[in-house]
Design a protein around this ligand. Structure first.
Ligand code: HEC
Length: 132
């Protein structure tokens, strides 16, 4: 935003219109990128538990019991996975060499994916439990 004000100052006069629309465009883009947001509290134990059940049905095959690792690397005990990253990655899938995680957004609805995010986040918080 400081940059926008600065540019507006520089472009005062003929360039003002373009400078302002440029800033608005950047602001809109930022808003879109920060979507979507979880529809419920991801720390809610009931939500985490629903995620656990879904994970056991859909994800354990590759990620191991409680995300301990299997065909794909472990996702338990990790501290580098943010909520947004998890949502995007689970939605769109991921490829690592010849290993492929399918896209889930076609088969799971958004609230279900958020429940999986809640569960994976809970695994990060309790690495010792996930190691079992
Ligand atoms: C067919 C096997 C397979 C299934 C089923 C699967 N995954 Fe994956 N997943 C992978 C592979 C392969 C990767 C990429 C491995 C890597 O990043 O090292 C991956 C990556 C991930 C990552 C990102 C890890 C990272 O470091 O970036 C997350 C999070 C994840 N999976 C969650 C899930 C969830 C939740 C489910 C259940 C809905 C699921 N996966 C089901 C194979 C699978």
């Amino acid at each position: 935003m400081i940059d926008c004000v600065y540019r507006r100052g520089l472009n005062a006069g003929a360039g003002l219109f373009f400078a302002v629309t440029g800033c608005l465009g950047a602001a809109t883009l930022w808003a879109e990128e920060s979507e979507p947001k979880p529809p419920f509290d991801l720390a809610d134990p009931a939500i985490v538990d629903e995620g656990r059940v879904q994970f056991a049905q859909t994800c354990v095959y590759c990620h191991g019991n409680a995300g301990s690792g299997g065909k794909a690397g472990p996702i338990a005990g990790r501290t580098d996975l943010t909520e947004d990253y998890l949502f995007t990655t689970i939605s769109n899938g991921k490829r690592a060499g010849s290993l492929v995680m399918p896209t889930w957004k076609d088969s799971l609805d958004e609230p279900t994916i958020w429940k999986l995010v809640a569960y994976v986040v809970s695994l990060q918080a309790k690495p010792e439990a996930a190691a079992k």
